[in-house]
Write a protein that binds this ligand. Sequence first.
Ligand SMILES: [Mg+2]
Length: 196
Amino acid sequence: MSGINIYLDIDGVLNRYGPVRKGRSGVDPADPEADEWPAYTSSGGVLVWPPEMIVRINRLIAADDVTPYWLTTWESDAAVFGEQVGLEGSADWTWLPSVGIAGDGRWQKYASIREHVEQTDPVFAVWLDDDLAHEPDARRWARRTGRVFALAPEPMEGLRPSQLTRIEELIAEAHRTGASPMGRVRPGSRPSRRPR
Ligand SMILES: [Mg+2]
């Protein structure tokens, strides 16, 4: 068991669906209370992303033991997005099958990540996908592994600063301890929070 995997969706996470609030542009001052990015960049009005978020993700994935993967219906086209927004090295990232339903009837992304986590055996993994909000089986699986932090951003907003801060903290803890920062739930056992 080694390394940290980060699985990234594009739409609803890195590329927000919603419009940027009026008055928010590259020159606007940041509102520290808002949990919003201070500035956004847009390409053709279709892609909308905060440059500061990209800088912070680049910093996370610069660590030797952190490996990013695409888990997005963009599949092989994700490299185009990565280049557009400036994710370093993203042209070479592995993408996992993500479209539709897997042979076993599961959400394809869920089937792909399960298999991938089993194969690569990371100490810790982060899975960001707005559709996780509608996939309780996938969320339950992530929790039960004790090592997959699954987060569903609000798709109109995309990944928020506070959410990225939480991810940075979890990865820092994994680096410090060499172990998953999530409480491990042994198969068949109940969550440790529950009193006996
Ligand atoms: Mg999405």
